[in-house]
Design a binder for this molecule. Structure first.
Ligand code: ADP
Ligand code: ADP
Length: 226
């Protein structure tokens, strides 16, 4: 079954910049794919179209459960390059926010936030404030916030690009373990060849702007996955 499909999608911004396409992509449920390409080729644009944060200029974007693009918090989890945490409230409340916005009662929201924090290794940090955390830990909080609604699809936009290499590698390993245990569809945007090949089952290489698909490569692994 398909999780996401894009057909003949193009995006031209109001300022006339042709950012994407025509772009065709079908992602199967449970797949972990990377979008790899040079800066400015339209990777973030593609992700924002899938997330429903921006409308395609032409073509269609379909999600398995929805007609048209889905919404963050409704089947989609989004992790931005910047963790974008609210500084004045606790880690638990930051993670609970999408549930609060979705009208989930406070007690249930807190329990689910704590479970999401545990899944990213931050069980002991629910009462901490974002400023007390390292960059890697903030990114883990951001990941927990994306997972707390139990989305079908996790979209990640160069999430680890600002982290030091060791922290980044730890997060790569933990993300892989999460993917194996949760069985979510992941679309991961990166300009790191290493990261794309290490993490994904499939690497979609994009051309320079306007981004089209240059190659769609299946990564064979020796150890069983999934
Ligand atoms: P990538 O994620 O691959 O770096 P983006 O999707 O962010 O690429 O951007 C693709 C192109 O579209 C770039 O030239 C960028 O400057 C332009 N662009 C991105 N967002 C906007 C916007 N909101 N308005 C106008 N141009 C934009
Ligand atoms: P992460 O390990 O989350 O990728 P960092 O490597 O930047 O982030 O961590 C910086 C500091 O925070 C280190 O001293 C590390 O031991 C500590 N730290 C990170 N995660 C945890 C955790 N889950 N529990 C306790 N300390 C942690």
């Amino acid at each position: 079954a398909l999780a996401v499909s894009l057909r003949g999608v193009t995006k031209t911004y109001d300022n006339g910049v042709m950012a994407l396409g025509p772009f065709d992509l079908a992602v199967r449920k449970g797949e972990f794919i990377s979008l790899l390409g040079p800066s400015g080729c339209g990777k973030s644009t593609a992700l924002r179209l899938i997330a429903g944060l921006s409308a395609a200029s032409s073509g269609t974007v379909r999600m398995s459960r929805h007609e048209g693009p889905a919404q963050i918090g409704h089947g989609i989890g989004f992790v931005f390059q910047e963790p974008t945490l609210m500084p004045w409230t606790s880690v638990r409340e930051n993670v609970r926010l999408p549930l609060k916005l979705g009208g989930i009662p406070k007690a249930e929201g807190r329990a689910r936030a704590d479970a999401a924090l545990a899944s990213v290794g931050l069980a002991d940090f629910a009462n901490a404030f974002p400023r007390e955390l390292s960059g890697g830990m903030k990114m883990r909080v951001s990941l927990a916030r994306a997972l707390v609604t139990d989305p079908d699809i996790l979209l990640m936009d160069e999430p680890f690009a600002a982290l030091d290499e060791i922290t980044r590698f730890r997060l790569n390993n933990d993300l892989l373990a999460l993917w194996r245990s949760l069985g979510k569809t992941v679309i991961f945007v990166t300009h790191s060849v290493f990261e794309s090949v290490y993490l994904s089952q499939r690497v979609v290489v994009m051309t320079a702007r306007p981004g089209r698909i240059q190659a769609d490569i299946r990564i064979e692994t020796v150890e069983p996955r999934g």
